[in-house]
Each structure stands twice: as structure tokens, then as C-alpha cells.
Design a protein around this ligand. Structure first.
Ligand code: NAD
Length: 488
């Protein structure tokens, strides 16, 4: 470990204990800003996953976890949230060295949001329950809202702890036991969360962490018959595979997948606000955001003025050391991601789009690290590859449109449907466009807004199931209908 913040090296967290992987395998996690190895991480094999599922099952069926009241589960979640905030600097540091997220974001946004989620779902633990139903005849009919059992959570690297918590917090609040696999690119904060769960006395087996890659660890999870549900966030092609494999044991599945979200500037918009929203919509977290506003639709009569302002503002996005509190734009998460983004930039140039900002690698400090320039393409058409495929990096494609009909047709002409932004001063147009767009979240005169209480999820190939808010609770519970004969 390259810092004073030590985690058990090369271990898994199973059944409330730190254990060596039965597989005997480990892999290294790399700091993308320096390309240095941070630490060795256990690579959980099939037997390790089986052991985690066994402990989770025991916790769920008969362990101390299964005996807790809903209120006491909520209290434990509150303790987890308190402990996260007590360790906020350490969590933020781990996230930043693992994936290059600027420390200002890790420290001030991601980790506090993680704590908020635990507080929020702590409150739900004893409030999401069954009902009595006025059925025909002299019968009492009521429902029990019960947990599913063992939930497997598989998550990506772009908001490692945050997206894991979107699943873990509601799953635990509803009384499930969790086997969690963070991305192999970003395991550190999930291991730290396990330490916190140990510290606050979460009953053993309620939360387990199996680190590893998709091919070995992820596959073992989606195939294990003892997992009742897979809550997955990741790429669309991986999501399709997860669903196919999970079908073999009829697991429940929720999928939060990729996006190619339109961020739309109508001619009557406040252009300065829209510029800010377009920049943060694509460059926040280096564009490694599922809901990034990567297709910027600008109405043709304000196009030139808008692009000029956009480029001026874009130039202020300085690439830097992610551990510097002033940095707002760090390195991409890993070498593959760097190569993928650079390859899309080359494709955009070949397709005839015009680079108006960036367009290449960036150099910071020693010259090491996976840094790329914030990049804007103008003169993009919605048919170009850079407008159709998810780049998952800081590359914006500006596309013109004539009128609302043209806009709606182009904006919805994508396999994805995760989110969209609309910038306008006209309230009627704002709601009209919001209704017409096929996407799970619409932001009007803002972008990238999230709250624990507001649902998030995809239309079309951006997935299904809703996370956050009370909507998430549905997918971590099942309903039992009980009939009682009341005839004397
Ligand atoms: P990914 O699909 O490569 O990996 C996601 C997770 O799945 C990782 O933990 C990985 O190890 C695991 N995995 C990979 N192959 C697997 C397999 N065969 N079986 C089981 N598990 C497997 O995605 P990524 O590169 O980590 O993340 C980027 C993608 O995630 C982007 O497409 C992005 O849009 C999407 N994403 C979506 C949301 C959302 O809320 N909709 C949020 C963030 C990221």
C-alpha cells in the first residue's frame, strides 16, 4: 500500500472475516495517475464465491442478521453512514488513487453521497411493508413484503463505492444478505466498506466482498444457484451476457447499463448556463459517466454563438494531478480506457467531424499516467460512430438540429435511453421535450443531478429496474399474499 491507509492485502471479506482466497490468486490494482502498483488484491475463484454465498445464506436464514428487527437493521445502516463520514478522507483518498477521480469530487461529492444513501435507506428499513387488502368474502388477506435472500452486486469502476452503495444499502435495508464484487479496476473502497461493516458490528455474513474480474469471479456469481438476484451496473454487452447466464438459474436481474445521452440546447436557452451544463455534462468525472451528455444537440440558429462560448469555457478544464484539491479533471481509469478513447477520437477525425477542443493525449507532471485532453467535436452527424457508440470518456459530439420534430427524432435515434438534458426558457417546450424523450431521467436547465430519494435507471438498452428512492426497494423484496378464513 502506498500510504498510511492500510487495507488487509490480498484478502477477501467473507462471513465477517478477512480470508486468503482459496484460489490462491491475486492481481494488482494500479494508480492511473502514476501507473504504479498500489497493492495486491485477491482474485476470488469459484470456491471463494461459493463460500461467500454459503455465509450469506446462513446469515440470511439463521444467523444474527436474520434475527434483527427492521428497526435495528436501520440503526446499523445509520452506524455505517456515521463511520463512513468519520473516515471520509481515507475513503476519498482510496477512490482517487484507484481510478484517478479528482480528490475534490471523491471527498466532497462521492463519499458524502455514499453516507447519505446509507442514512436514506436506514430510514426505509422499517417503512416498506405489506398491506391488508379488502378481498371478497369473510377472509383476511394481507401481504408480507419479504427480502429476496442473497443478492449479488456487480459494479463498475467509474463511481466505485457510490454505485455499489446504490445496491448494497437498499438490499441490506430490506434484510437481504449481500455478496459484492467491485470492478477489478477499483476494489479499494469496497474493501474499506467491509472494514467499516466489521467495525460497526454488522452481523457476520450479511455483507461479503469477493474481489476479482468478470471472467472468473463475476461468472461464478451469475452462475451460482444460491444467489437469488444479481444487481448489475456496467456495459450493455456485459449486461446482456449477465442476463443470459442468470436466466439459467432464473435469478432476478436488474441492469444499469450504458448511455449516449442527448444534452439539448434550444434557441431560447440561457446560453451561458447551457454552456456550463454542457461542459460539466461531458467532462465531469472525465466523461466516465454512464449518463454523460455526450451528444450535444444545438439548434442551428444559435449553433455558432454557442460553440464559440463552449470552446472558450472548455479551455478552462485543466488536466491535472487528481490528488491536488484544485484539480477538476484527472487521468482516465486505465490503459485500455485511454486507448479506447484515443481510438474514438481518431475515428471522429476520419469520419469528418471537426476537432474544436483537445483531440489528443495530455501530459501531466512526469509524463506518466492515462491523461487525455478534454475533447469537443463539431459538425458531427447523429449517424457517425462517435455519436452512436458509448465512448465513456471526455469526448463531446456537437450535432445541429432544425426544429423540435427534427430534434426528437434525432435524440431518440439511439439504442440507449439513460438520461437527457434540455436547456430552454420556454416552460411548454421544456415539458414537451421531456415527455417525448425516451430516457429514464430528464434534466431541465441542469445536468447530472442525483439524490438518494429520486429514481434512476434506463429505457431501452440502458437497462431496466430502478435504483435509488423507494423504487429501488421493490427490486430487493418479494410479496407474499396470506389468506385467513374468518368464517365462524
Ligand atoms: P463492464 O461491463 O466491463 O464491467 C462491469 C462489472 O461487470 C465489473 O465488475 C466487471 O468485472 C463485471 N463483469 C465483466 N464481465 C463479466 C462477466 N462475464 N460476468 C460477470 N461479471 C462481469 O463495465 P465497466 O467498464 O466496469 O463500466 C463501464 C460501463 O458501465 C459503461 O458502459 C457505463 O455506461 C456503464 N455504467 C452504467 C451506469 C448506470 O447507472 N446505468 C453507471 C455507471 C456505469
Amino acid at each position: 500500500m502506498e500510504s498510511k491507509y492500510a487495507l488487509p492485502e490480498g484478502k477477501l471479506f467473507i462471513g465477517g472475516k478477512w480470508v486468503e482466497p482459496l484460489s490462491g490468486a491475486t492481481f494488482n490494482t494500479i494508480n492511473p495517475a502514476t501507473e504504479e502498483v498500489i497493492t495486491a488484491i485477491a482474485l476470488a475463484g469459484e470456491q471463494d464465491v461459493a463460500s461467500a454465498v454459503e455465509h450469506a445464506r446462513k446469515a440470511f436464514e439463521e444467523g444474527a442478521w436474520s434475527k434483527l428487527s427492521a428497526t435495528d437493521r436501520g440503526k446499523l445502516l445509520t452506524k455505517i453512514a456515521d463511520a463512513i463520514m468519520a473516515n471520509v478522507d481515507e475513503f476519498a483518498y482510496l477512490e482517487t488513487i484507484d481510478i484517478g477521480k479528482p480528490i475534490s469530487e471523491s471527498r466532497n461529492i462521492d463519499v458524502p453521497f455514499v453516507a447519505e444513501l446509507f442514512y436514506y435507506y436506514a430510514g426505509w428499513a422499517n417503512k416498506y411493508h405489506g398491506e391488508t387488502i379488502p378481498v371478497r368474502g369473510n377472509y383476511l388477506n394481507y401481504t408480507l413484503r419479504e427480502p429476496l435472500g442473497v443478492v449479488g452486486t456487480i459494479t463498475p469502476w467509474n463511481f466505485p463505492l457510490l454505485l455499489a452503495t446504490w445496491k448494497i444499502a437498499p438490499a441490506l435495508a430490506m434484510g437481504n444478505a449481500v455478496v459484492h464484487k467491485p470492478s477489478e479496476q477499483s476494489p479499494l473502497t469496497s474493501l474499506k466498506l467491509a472494514q467499516i461493516c466489521e467495525e460497526v458490528g454488522l452481523p457476520e455474513g450479511a455483507f461479503n466482498v469477493v474481489t476479482g474480474n468478470g471472467r472468473v469471479t463475476g461468472n461464478a456469481m451469475i452462475r451460482h444457484p444460491g444467489i437469488d438476484k444479481i444487481a448489475f451496473t456496467g456495459g450493455t454487452s456485459t449486461g446482456i451476457y449477465v442476463m443470459q447466464e442468470a436466466a439459467k438459474t432464473l435469478k432476478k436481474v436488474t441492469l444499469e447499463l450504458g448511455g449516449k445521452s442527448p444534452n439539448i440546447v434550444l434557441e431560447d436557452a440561457d446560453l451561458d448556463s447551457a454552456v456550463k451544463g454542457a461542459i460539466s455534462g461531458i467532462f465531469y468525472n472525465k466523461g466516465e459517466v454512464c449518463a454523460a451528455g455526450s451528444r450535444l444537440f444545438v439548434q442551428e440558429n444559435v449553433h455558432d454563438a454557442f460553440l464559440e462560448k463552449l470552446v472558450q469555457r472548455g479551455k478552462k478544464t485543466v488536466v491535472g494531478d487528481p490528488l491536488d484539491p484544485k484539480t477538476r479533471f484527472g487521468p482516465l481509469c486505465n490503459r485500455d480506457q485511454l486507448e479506447k478513447v484515443l481510438s474514438y477520437i481518431s475515428t471522429g477525425k476520419e469520419e469528418g467531424a471537426k476537432v474544436v477542443l483537445g483531440g489528443g493525449r495530455a501530459s501531466v507532471g512526469s509524463g506518466k499516467g492515462y491523461f487525455v485532453e478534454p475533447t469537443i467535436f463539431d459538425d458531427v452527424t447523429n449517424q457517425m460512430k462517435i455519436a452512436r457508440e458509448e465512448i465513456f470518456g471526455p469526448v463531446l459530439s456537437a450535432i445541429r438540429f432544425k426544429d423540435l420534430d427534427d430534434l426528437i427524432a434525432q435524440a431518440n435515434d439511439t439504442i440507449y435511453g439513460l438520461a437527457a438534458g434540455v436547456w430552454t426558457r420556454d416552460v411548454k417546450k421544456a415539458h414537451y421535450v421531456a415527455k417525448k424523450l425516451k430516457a429514464g431521467t430528464i434534466w431541465i436547465n441542469t445536468y447530472n443531478m442525483y439524490d438518494p430519494a429520486s429514481p434512476f435507471g434506463g429505457y431501452k438498452q440502458s437497462g431496466f429496474g430502478r435504483e435509488l428512492g423507494m423504487h429501488a426497494l421493490e427490486s430487493y423484496t418479494q410479496v407474499k399474499s396470506v389468506w385467513v378464513d374468518m368464517n365462524l
